[in-house]
Design a protein around this ligand. Structure first.
Ligand code: EPZ
Length: 420
């Protein structure tokens, strides 16, 4: 079990390059299943979750050739349709092979995703969408089994109790690309990762319109061919470095960052007193030593991203004053609170809100990562804590951040990985 050790006190200064988006890469790799031809995915992040998706594709009989710059995916004539429990249980996003397998193999058997620490991870909206297209769905032995001789275009309302669903939107788009006629998906997710998936599908010959809005239209086609695609930058990684600059009073230039993908987070940080300067495709972030407390409510895109909630809490924990952070997407996503409190923060929970009473300083401690973004928040807190912070279970970090320590060291942080 590895640890990440952080010695606090250094402001982040310099330039960092953001990697490709994990949450764009995963559904796009799944979309490669929609053709027997070869697709090339470029600019992908070198992460554990991407490795897992590649292993799932190979378990489905797909040829996958990986080099540092590109992933070459050739499904060929494979008729396999079972995504195994052993792999799916390690990554919830595996559920996004359900739609493409159903569309191309007319059958799919995908292990039910487990829950995770950020809360129950239901798939009722995924199944609602596939049923609306004509699939028969049954749950047996912990697997979702979906079958459909013919898929027919349909009008589908896909909004859920917590708003739109990113991967359900992606799954239903992919399931509908060969459906007879037109499919309309209403209350679709508008995240940039859905737009990137739609762009890749259209390069393959699909007819997807309206991605990025709440109404997506898919006109069925007979078949798709391979495509060559470079995934968008990871907006959450960019946001994590923005908060890193803010929390350390630093001055960081972030390259390969699509500012338009982070408006809500940038707006909130500007309210807190962070200064942003755009310069040719990069974003310069400068922060005063003292920020103002702000209240945050997470919402589906374009609202404040739930994947930035933990990082924002780390920032507010050392911003004197009271901040209220309300989680509307995953109401239980507060595992990081107890770990931040072990570092001296004063945070208490009231339903789906965290009341943060900012303190002057945190103290380094041994803390435990619980999910991908919580682990990033603990690293950020360690950057400003007095003394050393030791973050365990860093495999959570490795799922979603490419060489995070190296990037932080490059910005002047005192961070190192300790292999146990
Ligand atoms: C995607 O997960 C991201 N993962 C998550 O990022 C992100 O937190 C989430 O979107 C919200 O932005 C990937 O893209 C791989 P949802 P997804 O379906 O699609 C409820 C990270 O850190 N819901 O948009 O699984 C759900 O419980 C990860 O990179 C249903 O009720 O999330 C949640 O409350 C963590 N029924 C809300 O909708 C369903 O069928 C939004 O979830 C599906 C979801």
């Amino acid at each position: 079990m590895d640890y990440v050790e952080i010695k606090g006190g250094q402001p982040l200064r310099g330039t960092v390059q953001v990697s490709g988006s994990k949450n764009a890469t995963l559904p796009i790799l799944a979309a490669c299943l929609l053709t027997s031809k070869t697709s090339v995915i470029r600019g992908y992040p070198h992460l554990r979750d991407v490795d897992t998706m590649i292993r799932i594709l190979r378990a489905l009989g797909v040829s996958v050739r990986v080099s540092y710059q590109r992933i070459e995916v050739t499904p060929g004539k494979s008729r396999k349709f079972v995504a195994p429990y052993g792999l799916v249980s390690t990554m919830r996003a595996s559920i996004c092979v359900l739609g493409p397998l159903l569309a191309r193999q007319h059958k799919a058997q995908v292990s039910l995703p487990g829950g995770c620490v950020i809360g129950p991870r239901p798939i009722d909206l995924h199944l609602k969408g596939l049923k609306a297209l004509g699939a028969q769905i049954r749950i047996e032995h912990g697997y979702v089994v979906a079958e459909a001789k013919v898929l027919k275009g349909s009008d589908i309302y896909l909004g859920g109790h917590f708003g739109s669903s990113v991967l359900a939107t992606g799954n239903v788009i992919m399931a509908s690309v060969f459906a007879k006629g037109r499919t309309l998906i209403e209350d679709a997710a508008t995240e940039p990762e859905v737009v990137d998936l739609a762009e890749f599908l259209n390069k393959m010959g699909a007819r997807v319109q309206g991605a990025g809005t709440h109404v997506i239209q898919v006109d069925g086609v007979d078949r798709l061919h391979g495509a060559d695609h470079t995934v968008i930058p990871d907006r959450i990684e960019a946001g994590t470095f923005i908060v890193g600059a803010a929390v350390t009073g630093g001055d960081v230039t972030i390259k390969n960052c699509r500012l338009g993908h982070l408006n809500a987070a940038v707006d909130k940080l500007q309210q807190a007193g962070v200064d942003f300067v755009r310069s040719d495709g990069a974003l310069r972030v400068r922060a005063p030593r003292r920020l103002k407390p702000v209240d945050v409510t997470t919402l589906p895109y374009p609202g404040f991203p739930t994947d930035m909630q933990a990082q924002m809490m780390a920032l507010m924990s050392v911003t004197p004053g009271i901040s209220v952070i309300t989680e509307k997407v995953y109401p239980d996503r507060f595992m990081h609170v107890s770990e931040l409190n072990r570092m001296g923060s004063h945070i208490f929970l009231e339903g789906s809100s965290a009341i943060v009473n900012g303190v002057k300083s945190l103290s380094g401690a041994q803390v435990m990562a619980s999910d991908l973004r919580a682990s990033a928040a603990l690293v950020l807190a360690g950057l400003v804590a007095e003394g050393k912070t030791l973050v365990s279970r860093v495999y959570h970090l490795d799922r979603g951040y490419e060489t995070l320590e190296q990037k932080l060291v490059q910005l002047g942080a005192q961070v190192r990985r300790i292999k146990k």
